[in-house]
Write a protein that binds this ligand. Structure first.
Ligand SMILES: *Cc1c(COP(=O)(O)O)cnc(C)c1O
Length: 236
């Protein structure tokens, strides 16, 4: 009755129910239909068995942030009805690999990376959706291009045959209220959409700030901890 996998399934189901409730409440508060927001379950550091549980519970979008880990998991999960989202900082030399399995890449922040992803997507015979990651603070360690650099990266994505420009992504700055950052991101998204009308995705909001992100127009929230528990910190 209480074997380990049953217990884990119940734990994840409870986390998912709570996250679903938070998303639904945030949508209701913002006067938005629930279907406008996609939950991306960020499974980094967690095993493939958790991805299978999430899939069994109806989650269709899985996020990872390291190529090696993501590639192996995508291979193990071939046949599961899930889309793979790459949400981590991406080195150009990993672009070809990521373009071979990711359906959506949230972290495109320079033209050279867009070109490398485009070559990888074409080589793999795939069409990959790319979001421009926007830096909303002055911490270059977290990736992203400053708002004034967004059009050049967006154009570089849009001109690649194997890529589709999907919209924008951001991580809220640490240690301050996320609302101003998400408001700024929405402005950047609207400016982008004026030039690229189909680029309507806004990836914003994590476990701690998903309601604020939904209030500011997020179409995709990326949630790990609130679904799966606190990740074990590891020393690099
Ligand atoms: C890990 C990660 C998340 C999920 O963060 P939680 O706080 O665990 O929900 C979201 N976005 C990115 C880019 C991440 O690396």
């Amino acid at each position: 009755m209480t074997d380990v996998s049953t217990a884990r399934r119940e734990e994840i189901a409870a986390g998912l129910a709570q996250v679903e409730r938070r998303i639904a409440e945030a949508c209701a508060a913002a006067g938005r239909p629930r279907e406008e927001v996609t939950l991306v379950a960020v499974t980094k550091t967690y095993p493939v068995s958790d991805i299978r549980i999430l899939s069994g519970l109806g989650v269709r979008d899985i996020g990872e942030n390291r190529d090696q880990e993501a590639a192996a998991k995508a291979r193990d999960c071939a046949g599961l009805p899930v889309r793979w989202h790459f949400v981590g900082q991406l080195q150009t030399n990993k672009a070809r690999s990521v373009a071979s399995y990711a359906d959506v890449i949230h972290s495109v922040d320079r033209p050279r990376l867009a070109a490398a992803l485009g070559r990888g997507a074409v080589a793999a015979g795939r069409l990959v959706t790319c979001l421009v990651q926007v830096a909303l603070d002055d911490d270059p360690g977290r990736g992203g291009v400053t708002p004034d650099g967004v059009p050049a990266v967006a154009d570089a994505v849009a001109e690649q045959e194997g890529l589709v420009l999907g919209g924008v992504m951001a991580v809220a700055p640490l240690g301050t209220s996320p609302a101003p950052a998400f408001a700024r991101l929405r402005e950047v998204a609207e400016a982008l959409r004026a030039a690229h009308p189909r680029a309507s995705m806004i990836s914003a909001g994590m476990s701690g700030d998903l309601a604020e992100a939904v209030a500011h127009g997020a179409t995709h929230v990326r949630v790990g901890t609130a679904l799966l528990g606190r990740r074990t910190p590891f020393v690099r």
